[in-house]
Write a protein that binds this ligand. Structure first.
Ligand code: PEP
Ligand code: MG
Length: 587
């Protein structure tokens, strides 16, 4: 590797979009719009100019259609966005306004088109809603394609890449990312984007290291030069020194080892040495995460957080939108369970279009199930969609933030109303669909035995359970040192919930972050949990610990652990035990 001539090594921080390390030569994908000067054409040439413009639009459409038709999965986001791009080119605003400017003002086609495009981009730029603002990127990408075609220049294409490279771009269009699938692209870095932007999701789906939101990477990059991408840390190194390259080569090696090791575990069953079988499920927020969850060995979805359907948009999602989204996930998981949690807005989760009142204590305010019981029509829309999706697989419905029996009964009554509405319209749903609750408020834990008689299952939400039991705001960094999963009160609450469920013979799972932390796996096994739901990446790690454990030994150990008075003492004893039982593991 060279050090890129006279320019010095440069490290840029962005948003980590997809894990892994990539090292290689950069490939600059130019998507900038050139600047055009106003120029007029003689009247007799106007129709010629119109024809040239229409040819460029036609060619652009053809190119997009060819790329779209190469995407096999027609229901995929890629396919849909490329169809939107085609529709935008058919849209009268963009094309008709340009034609009008050419004919009426005798403008050259590139100037006319660029003028219309810039006006539209300006309008998009001013939109407050992030989702709609991002559609401006789509417009820019189409504009670039039409202008390049008009100039008779080949549109820079990822499909022309023959050597392994790292793509550097202002942004990638769906047309670009669709081609990455079939090209030797090692990774990519973009100026714009967020963790949930389309490019980031695609990178994770493809397993390609990527950093987005770098702001000025296209300005800093000078072709041709070497690039390093660290998708876990969100770092891009331009013109790395040989020493830095060596450092990242090591990092890449250890990352690949981890992935390989994990892949091995993802296919193995979760059985302890004494034969107890556990189920490991994944937590997801977006349907796009379903494939990764399956790859990591998830046997189901234990927590599907649906509030993300409500974020960054103008309108509340329609019942149809809810339904289509859930159905995609449910069908991917075939007969495996998918636990859909009903809307849990408020507290640390906000939506742009639902105005929640400013409250002194939002974590304890009108949120989650309380909000849904107040806004029954919003609630029922979601319930009907979940019920409709239930005929496509093993769907379970779960209510967040249940604090007592009254709320559970009220929520179940709304489910009955939703069912009656569907029956009236002769719409199918699974009459046996289990309806369970998150146990994440101490009052619910204390009456777990009573709730277990009326709920079909429990899922312990430790993120909130710890917050409420210890009175520690989960998003306040000043008290985070008190946020202790091993606090004896927390362990006792968990034990109580598990016992309540076991006595009533209903399943009990845990879906808070504690479930995906290998340090706690042995304790949770000992507490009697047999289902854990976590971020998909943690599944193989937790599985490795559980497969090396003996469940009755864990139970005996935890019995003793509960007698100790502080989280610090418990933590110390636990670490010592883990060192003895799993000397080869690092916690
Ligand atoms: C929890 O509270 O533990 C939980 C899983 O839900 P969330 O983090 O979405 O509040
Ligand atoms: Mg919660």
């Amino acid at each position: 590797m060279t050090d890129g001539g006279r320019l010095k090594m440069k490290v840029i921080r962005g948003i980590p979009a997809s894990g892994g390390v990539a090292i290689g030569r950069g490939f600059f994908l130019n998507r900038a719009l050139s600047s055009y000067v106003q120029s007029a054409i003689p009247r007799e040439k106007v129709e010629e100019e119109v024809a040239a413009f229409q040819r460029a639009v036609g060619r652009s459409k053809e190119q997009i259609r060819t790329i779209r038709d190469g995407v096999k999965d027609h229901s995929s986001e890629h396919h849909q966005i490329l169809s939107v791009h085609l529709a935008l080119l058919e849209d009268s605003m963009l094309v008709d306004q340009t034609l009008r400017l050419i004919r009426e003002n005798q403008y050259k086609a590139d100037w006319a088109f660029n003028k219309v495009l810039q006006n539209l981009l300006e309008t998009f730029h001013r939109i407050e809603d992030q989702y709609l603002r991002e559609r401006g990127h789509d417009l820019r990408q189409i504009g670039h394609r039409v202008l390049e075609n008009l100039a008779g220049r080949p549109v820079d294409s990822i499909s022309s890449i023959r050597e392994p490279v790292i793509v550097i771009a202002h942004d990638l269009s769906p047309a670009d990312t669709a081609q990455i699938l079939k090209s030797p692209v090692l990774g990519f870095a973009t100026d714009v984007g967020s963790r949930t932007s389309h490019t980031a999701i695609t990178a994770r789906t493809l397993g390609i290291p990527a950093v987005v939101g770098l702001e000025k990477v296209t300005d800093e990059y000078h072709e041709p030069e070497d690039v390093i991408i660290d998708g876990e840390e969100g770092i891009v190194v331009l013109r790395p020194t040989p020493e830095t390259v060596r450092e990242y080569q090591e990092k890449r090696k250890s990352y690949l080892l981890r992935v390989r090791e994990m892949a091995r575990y993802s296919r193995l069953p979760t059985v302890t040495r004494d034969g107890k079988t556990l189920r490991l499920h994944a937590n997801i927020e977006f349907p796009e995460e379903a494939d990764g969850a399956l790859r990591s060995g998830a046997e189901g979805i234990g927590l599907y957080r649906t509030e993300f359907l409500f974020l960054n948009r103008k309108e509340i999602p329609t019942e149809e939108e809810h339904f289509q989204t859930y159905r995609r996930v449910v069908e991917k998981f075939a007969k495996r369970p998918v636990t859909i949690r009903t809307l849990d807005l408020g507290g640390d989760k906000f939506a742009s279009q639902i105005e929640l009142a400013d409250e002194m204590n939002p974590a304890m305010g009108l949120r989650a199930i309380r909000f849904c019981l107040r806004e029954k029509e919003v609630f029922k829309q979601q319930l009907r969609a979940i019920l409709r999706a239930s005929v496509y697989g093993d769907v379970r419905m779960m209510f967040p933030m249940i604090s007592g029996l009254g709320e559970l009964r009220e929520a179940k009554a709304v489910v009955e109303e939703a069912k009656a509405e569907l029956r009236k319209k002769k719409v199918a749903y699974n009459k046996e669909m289990p309806v369970g609750i998150m146990v994440e408020i101490p009052s619910a834990a204390m009456i777990a035995d009573l709730l277990a008689r009326e709920a079909d299952f429990f899922s312990i939400g430790t993120n909130d359970l710890i917050q409420y039991a210890l009175a520690i705001d989960r998003v306040n960094e000043h008290v985070s040192y008190l946020y202790e999963p091993l606090h004896p009160a927390v362990l006792r609450l968990i034990r109580r919930i598990v016992e309540g469920a076991q006595d009533a013979r209903i399943p009990v799972s845990m879906c808070g972050e504690m479930a995906g932390e290998p340090l706690y796996s042995y304790v949770l096994l000992g507490l009697g949990l047999d289902e854990l739901s976590m971020n998909a990446m943690s599944i193989p790690l937790v599985k490795r610990i559980l497969r090396k454990s003996v469940s009755y030994e864990a139970k005996e150990f935890v019995g003793g652990l509960l007698k100790h008075g502080t989280a610090a003492e418990i933590g110390k004893i636990l670490r010592k035990k883990l060192e003895d039982v799993f000397p080869e593991e690092r916690f």
